[in-house]
Design a protein around this ligand. Structure first.
Ligand code: PXP
Length: 238
């Protein structure tokens, strides 16, 4: 059974536009879970442009919400994760000026910082994941560094599908990487830029166990509602 993680960063973006507490992050998380999400993803960025520290604390108080915290590989974020203890952590690259996470992590297996962070999180029983581009070398390095999962960046295939460009080569790459990662004992997740069409295509890859989807869910909810949008994704991926 595949799982849907709902990324609610952009509910925070909307809330922050007025500096008050509407729409509420906690309410969104509770409803997303009620509508069938398996977890709630939030990205606590260094610049706190959407999710704030208080959001993580508030969500954590509700024991029924499995939290997937996306964070950069920094000492500050490690400290927060070890203190608050989200259920899952996904390490992502972060650039101040980017609009969204533009690609996967660039690292090699001698990356001491990443090794240290993953070790600490694993020891704390927080499920670890690395957000990487679909390539074999990064999968080997993720396994070497001790991550339990990988999340494959689906930005390229999502763009191709949206622009109606041939996406078969990218799809082949994602399939090959998913199989290879599973053979190394890594759990495979995928996300970024996904919509209904991308989900229909990628859900055929058996090895992918979890999709993390944000922007399209929040945007589509304006037209069709949060419940219907999540329900449609769940129907597709299951
Ligand atoms: N997965 C990861 C690791 C991400 O960084 C993001 C974007 O924050 C997503 C999934 C969701 O991407 P989108 O908002 O484009 O659906």
């Amino acid at each position: 059974m595949k799982r849907l993680g709902v990324n609610i960063d952009h509910i925070a973006t909307l809330r922050n536009a007025r500096g008050e507490n509407h729409p509420s992050i906690l309410k969104a998380a509770i409803l997303a879970m009620k509508y069938g999400a398996s977890s709630i993803t939030i990205h606590l960025r260094e610049d706190r442009r959407h999710i704030k520290d208080i959001d993580l604390k508030d969500l954590k108080k509700n024991k029924k919400i499995p939290i997937n915290l996306e964070m950069a590989a920094t000492n500050e974020m490690l400290k927060i994760a070890l203190k608050i203890k989200p259920n899952f952590v996904c390490i992502v690259p972060e650039k101040r000026k980017e609009i969204t996470t533009e690609g996967g992590l660039k690292f090699n297996k001698k990356n001491k910082k990443l090794f240290h962070i993953i070790k600490k999180l694993n020891k704390s029983k927080i499920r670890t994941s690395l957000f990487i581009n679909p390539n074999i070398n990064d999968i080997k390095n993720s396994s070497f560094i001790g991550s339990k999962c990988i999340e494959l960046h689906t930005g390229i295939i999502s763009n191709k599908i949206k622009k109606k460009i041939n996406f078969q080569k990218e799809l082949k790459k994602i399939k090959k990487c998913s199989k290879f990662a599973k053979s190394l004992g890594l759990e495979v997740h995928a996300g970024h830029g996904m919509d209904f069409k991308t989900a229909q295509i990628l859900c055929k890859i058996n090895e992918i166990k979890e999709f993390n989807i944000g922007h399209f869910i929040i945007g589509e909810s304006i037209f069709d509602g949060f419940k219907n949008t999540i329900n449609r994704f769940i129907k597709i991926i299951k």
